[in-house]
Design a protein around this ligand. Sequence first.
Ligand SMILES: Nc1ncnc2c1ncn2[C@@H]1O[C@H](COP(=O)(O)OP(=O)(O)OP(=O)(O)O)[C@@H](O)[C@H]1O
Length: 232
Amino acid sequence: MIKVDNLSHSFYVGKKNNRQEVPVLRDINLEINEGEIVSVVGRSGSGKSTLLNLMSGYIKPTEGDLYIKGERVTDYKESQWADFRAEHLGFIFQSFQLIPSMSAYQNIELPLVMKGVAEKERKQMVDIMLERVGLSDYSDHYPSELSGGQQQRVSVARALIVNPPIILADEPTGSLDQETEKELLDFIQKLNKEENITFVIITHDEEVAEIANRTIRLEDGKLLADREVVGK
Ligand SMILES: Nc1ncnc2c1ncn2[C@@H]1O[C@H](COP(=O)(O)OP(=O)(O)OP(=O)(O)O)[C@@H](O)[C@H]1O
């Protein structure tokens, strides 16, 4: 599903005549199979977000290759990535990243608007999705009028609305209380089992790592361990 092939990434900081290389990921080889939940763990600064940003096309690797669903996406231009993301990838973030001036309904609808789906069809799809995440009664609420758990459900609904085969999540439970976290993790497991959605989840949280089939550990930009959880 996702193949990371000898991938390295450096950032360059400082002025032109004094540019310094900051190596962040080194020689990462990794394969994520369809239907897996993979957690990515490691200390702050170990390169987890950079790896996810590379898998999302927001940054280009300095070296190596990236394949998603069999396609070599390493050299994709931004417009190709935008289309590819709209079709194949959903995103969940710790900070939800909802648009504050849009209602729950409008936030969930947005990816469909961007995809050019007709209004009538959009309404049907968003109504079903609101129901699925238990927010039918909150459709007109703005993010500021929702609890953290409800906001995260809106962001999950927005990620799911285009039916992506892969969801990339960056600390999705980081802003949630224990109970809401459990709800989200149950929902992720359900989506994984029933719809075979592949999840890659960056986390500091042991509970999240526990629902994963595999845990990938980064240390100083290197892949330290790729642990399969037996029996999952
Ligand atoms: N745009 C950038 N320019 C320069 N350095 C960067 C940039 N983005 C990240 N870095 C550096 O790359 C390293 C890895 O950052 P990254 O955000 O991937 O780590 P992380 O494991 O996700 O950390 P955290 O758990 O704190 O989010 C850090 O040392 C960071 O300072």
